[in-house]
Design a protein around this ligand. Structure first.
Ligand code: XIL
Length: 348
């Protein structure tokens, strides 16, 4: 608290300097990671580590790293069943050398399969042991460094009608989720084990199914130790919806990770009157406040899904060229999302 207040005390002078050099006002100039009472994360691709523009902002504002792609099955497991950790190791080394926490994603994801698993025929037991070995190999490699893992990502069907179909469920039944958590607990007992999901704040049926899933897992004794809410938001989300969703999620008493925050334009569904920045700031403030309102032990971290707008995965999607979903612009300058987060953290 003292540190955050002290940082802000220096803000006016620094803000003035910023105005002069960039001709744009910046009311808060503190580092997000110093202002917030919990870690501030970003995703990263290994290629960005050597980009000075990315690195300057990442090192100033962020204290936790999630590999954006390079720890996913498609990236680490070759079709012949061997492993390639070159890119993930580079990220882990950068996390160590720059004093950031490493966050692993994702051990099991419906969207990620591998020819190495497709080829397994014969008994379910062979598939089950390959599944366990995969989790042991990937999670075990970063034991002692990764603070947490998304053990299972996006298990719930979009319409809330049960679980998604996937290779893991087809071979292991719905218990594929329990097993993943058990295997992850064996491989790295000290890392938090997260069940991560998206669109919970905007799809009530999906959130209900997710909450029932968590309840069932905990009742059966599955070692789920934290929950992740991706928070790929858009500005059409009604006021109060995010806060309400956070209260539901937090009712289990587990730590919560806002794991992939970005705020899209929302396909023109609402009239922004030209001020996308204000709408994004309003929502970013609600997200920060929702996490701040939790007991300290439940505030795991807030991760933005990228550093600069130009780094965002949304920009790389068809029709996404105009998206400005993050806290810094392409030149690394703070935007209204940054302002809103900094203001909320500073006032906490
Ligand atoms: C995305 C990455 O940002 C992209 O670079 C990649 O092409 C696809 O995956 N939900 C998740 C993340 O859980 O892993 C996704 O990341 C974004 C949606």
């Amino acid at each position: 608290m003292t540190t955050r207040r002290a940082l802000l005390a220096g803000a006016p002078a620094l803000a003035l300097a910023a105005c002069e050099s960039r001709a744009q006002p910046a009311a808060y100039v503190g580092a997000l990671k110093d202002l917030a009472p919990f870690p501030i994360g970003t995703c990263v691709m290994s290629g960005q580590i050597g980009d000075p523009g990315w690195r300057t902002v990442a090192d100033q504002h962020f204290s936790q790293l999630t590999p954006e792609w390079e720890l996913k099955m498609e990236a680490v497991l070759r079709p012949d069943g061997s492993y390639d950790f070159t890119a993930a190791d580079a990220i882990a080394a950068y996390a160590r050398s720059s004093g950031k926490r490493l966050y692993g994603t994702t051990l099991v994801w419906y969207a990620q399969e591998s020819p190495a698993f497709d080829r397994i025929d014969g008994t379910g037991a062979r598939f089950a042991s390959a599944y366990r070995n995969y989790i042991a190999e990937v999670s075990g490699r970063y034991r002692g460094q990764a603070v947490a893992w998304d053990v299972v990502n996006e298990p719930v069907a979009e319409d809330g009608n049960g679980l998604r179909d996937c290779i893991w469920r087809r071979n292991l039944g719905e218990g594929y989720i329990d097993r993943a958590f058990e295997h992850a607990a064996e491989a790295d007992p000290a890392a938090l084990r997260v069940l991560n999901e998206y669109n919970l704040e905007s799809l009530p049926a999906k959130q209900r199914t997710f909450l029932r899933l968590v309840e069932g897992l905990l009742k059966r004794g599955a070692p789920v130790t934290a929950l992740g809410t991706q928070s790929h938001l858009d500005v059409s989300l009604p006021r109060g919806a995010y806060a309400a969703h956070m209260r539901e999620l937090a009712a289990f008493g587990l730590p919560i990770h806002v794991s992939e925050l970005d705020i899209a334009r929302g396909g023109g569904r609402i009239d922004l009157r030209g001020d996308i920045g204000a709408a994004q700031a309003r929502l970013a403030e609600e997200v920060a406040q929702a996490l701040l309102d939790l007991p300290p032990a439940q505030r795991f971290a807030l991760t933005l899904w990228g550093v600069r707008d130009s780094d965002s995965w949304l920009r790389r999607r068809p029709g996404g060229e105009a998206e400005t979903p993050l806290a810094f612009d392409a030149a690394g300058r703070p935007k209204p999302i940054y302002e809103a987060l900094a203001r909320a953290f500073a006032a906490a």
